[in-house]
Design a protein around this ligand. Structure first.
Ligand code: ADP
Ligand code: MG
Length: 631
């Protein structure tokens, strides 16, 4: 009998293998851009024709290749980046498999021009379906130009699989952005059908983000930066108000490699959970630098998925880093005044962890590699009153009664025009000056507006607080503390009420009992879907317990469908919403003052859980501008 096994010819074997690496024009874009980065280029051009179906070309000013390398680079497993299996665990380059160029050459027509730094002549190589058609010396700039033409010309079935030009171009732009975002220190350009789509100057990460995603992010980025012995996290997140209805501008890079990780995404979303509306997506561009020993980037052929040796630690760390920076933003941004960000952050940073997360991460073997200074979640709670102290500064009377001094703190940027404008205003307004001085002390008493808002004067103008949203924030943080540290005190009812609930609600309450207990509810199951309410949280207006708890259940169910946060989070949010002072309630001056004091002692005073602003500030400068007619 004749033998039936053949070895496939190289070009066919390459074509098959290419399927893993090059699925569409965008895959070639990624590989070619990464090669240019690996080659040490500082300027990289991407040229596209017909959504990459006709041409994907990358021109770089990197190290270039010798004559032999120019030919070798198209061989399968030809790489200059690793030599042994051990190197795989110390990868610092973007590529390492030596498969990209072999794959590209197997499914297209390739023209390579390259010249090594210092050589006076370059090399031209033309390849068609894995076969070298031409190799000759040529004149060319230092660096490398690789043109991939007519992708899948020799594999018609796969060519037919390509999507519309719009769809393929979208993929190309995505890949371009991912590489360009990761290397803001390099110049990138993208030209499509002879039209320039992107021209990205070398610059800072912030400049790069704005250049790519749009000018509107310019004043809306909050920087994230945490450094430890184990890993560093840095980058930017968007301020809560930039969160979008569709997922989109979200980027993670591990050692400069774009990755997709729903797990880490969740960590960021969690950090945002109580300050943005449900179902909205914040911008983030976060870089994680970690010793390559701790990651396995080899788990997926296109290397977008990644495995960390300690995922929980990673999660906790990312969440904490983002919370930390949001807290700083929360405290400093709305009212623009300078305070020590380190101190400000302490209280907020002590909170990102739930009790379970804290347990998990402290049990982690890598936990101990955190440096002392960065054990953010372990920070002493005794510093938690620092917020309050700083917020008091807002209300301090000006050191000098000269009205000019009163106005000057709000001129926070070096805007000369604004400065002059105010001097002019001031000169013509001496009557108002006097009145201002006379009444400045009395005005500190907060005023209720429409039984809904609290108007409170601060140094730089005034703020308008939404009483309900503010109280919701206060209660939310109080409950959060109760769950983490000390249980709330319970006020025992003189006449315990009996609660009769539908079976589904009874089941829900049963599950929530321990947490309800911590939060100050004393409920006892009495069989048959009945509970006896023996006590309620001491600081909650007593009234109809049945209604309160039914209301709580409703809120709880309402929130469950809204946002995927854990059960305890639901519970405290529901309670905060349920127990907050409603709009329409008349408040005494003392009650208003309490709300103000407590609000500003919160770690995130400016938004309610759920994203609504708790207060809006009005600056004297803005008010003055409004009074000026015609401009
Ligand atoms: P890998 O990047 O995994 O090593 P590739 O197939 O992408 O594999 O590239 C093979 C080799 O060709 C690289 O290791 C590198 O030595 C060389 N090479 C590829 N592109 C360039 C370039 N733009 N400039 C200089 N050398 C390059
Ligand atoms: Mg490569």
């Amino acid at each position: 009998m004749a033998d039936i096994i053949n070895l496939l010819p190289d070009n066919i074997a390459n074509q098959i293998a290419a399927g893993e690496v090059i699925q569409r024009p965008a895959s070639a874009v990624k590989e070619l851009l990464e090669n240019a980065v690996d080659a040490g280029a500082t300027e990289i051009q991407l040229i596209i024709k017909d959504a990459g179906k006709e041409l994907v070309q990358v021109i770089d000013n990197g190290g270039g290749m010798s004559e032999t390398d120019a030919r070798m680079c198209f061989e399968r497993h030809a790489t200059s980046k690793i030599k042994s299996i051990d190197d795989l665990f110390q990868i610092t380059t973007m590529g390492f498999r030596g498969e990209a160029l072999a794959s590209i050459a197997a499914v297209s027509q390739v023209e390579l021009k390259t010249r090594k730094k210092g050589s006076d002549v370059g090399t031209f190589v033309e390849i068609d379906n894995s076969f070298v058609k031409k190799q000759e010396p040529c004149q060319t700039a230092e660096g490398t130009s690789i043109a991939m033409k007519n992708l899948f010309f020799n594999v018609p079935a796969r060519r037919n699989f390509l999507k519309s030009n719009t769809a393929e171009m979208r993929h190309i732009v995505d890949e371009f952005i991912r590489v360009a975002m990761a290397f803001p220190q390099l110049q990138f350009s993208l030209t499509s059908n002879n039209q320039q789509v992107f021209y990205l100057e070398k610059g800072s990460l912030k400049q790069r983000i704005v250049a790519i995603l749009g000018q509107h992010y310019n004043a809306k980025l909050v920087s994230v930066k945490e450094t430890t012995d184990y890993m560093n996290v840095y980058g930017f997140v968007g301020k809560p108000e930039t969160a979008k209805k569709t997922r989109g501008d979200q980027f993670f890079f591990v050692n400069n490699r774009f990755i997709k990780s729903s797990y880490l995404n969740h960590a960021v979303m969690n950090a945002f959970a109580d300050i943005i509306p449900a179902d909205s997506f914040p911008l983030y561009v976060l870089f994680i630098d970690v010793n390559p020993e701790h990651v396995d980037i080899n788990v997926h052929p296109t290397k977008q998925e990644i495995k960390f040796d300690d995922e929980k630690l990673m999660y906790a760390f990312i969440q904490s880093a983002v919370k930390h920076s949001l807290a700083q933003f929360s405290v400093t941004a709305t009212l623009d005044f300078d305070l020590d960000p380190n101190i400000q952050a302490l209280d907020a940073v002590s909170k990102p962890f739930t009790a379970e997360q804290q347990m998990e991460s402290t049990n982690s073997p890598l936990y101990k590699s955190f440096t002392q200074a960065n054990q953010a979640h372990m920070i002493d709670k005794s510093s938690s009153s620092s917020n309050l102290k700083h917020w008091k500064d807002l209300y301090e009377a000006p050191a000098n009664t000269d009205s000019y001094v009163t106005i000057s703190p709000v001129i926070d940027d070096d805007d000369d025009e604004e400065f002059e404008e105010h001097q002019a205003q001031q000169a013509t307004a001496s009557v108002i000056d006097e009145r201002w001085q006379d009444t400045s002390n009395d005005q500190k008493v907060p005023v209720q507006v429409h039984q809904q808002y609290i108007l409170s004067q601060i140094k730089s103008g005034f703020i308008l607080i939404d009483q309900q949203a503010a109280h919701e924030r206060i209660l939310y943080e109080r409950y959060q503390r109760a769950l983490l540290e000390m249980p709330m005190s319970t006020q025992q009812s003189l006449f315990p009420q009996t609660l009769q609930l539908p079976p589904a609600d009874a089941a829900l309450i049963n599950e929530m009992l321990p947490d309800l207990q911590t939060l100050g509810y004393d409920l006892e199951p009495f069989g048959n879907n009945t509970f006896v309410v023996r006590g309620t949280p001491a600081d909650i207006r007593s009234g109809n317990d049945q209604a309160t708890i039914e209301n709580l259940l409703e809120q709880f169910k309402h929130f469950s469908s809204e946002l995927k946060v854990n059960r305890r989070e639901h519970l405290i949010r529901s309670m905060a919403r349920n127990n907050a002072i409603p709009a329409g309630k008349i408040l005494s001056a003392r009650e208003m003052q309490n709300i103000i004091d407590e609000l500003f002692a919160c770690s995130m005073p400016n938004v309610a859980p759920g994203g609504k602003f708790t207060f809006i500030s009005f600056k004297l400068t803005d008010l003055a501008r409004m009074f000026e007619r015609g401009n």
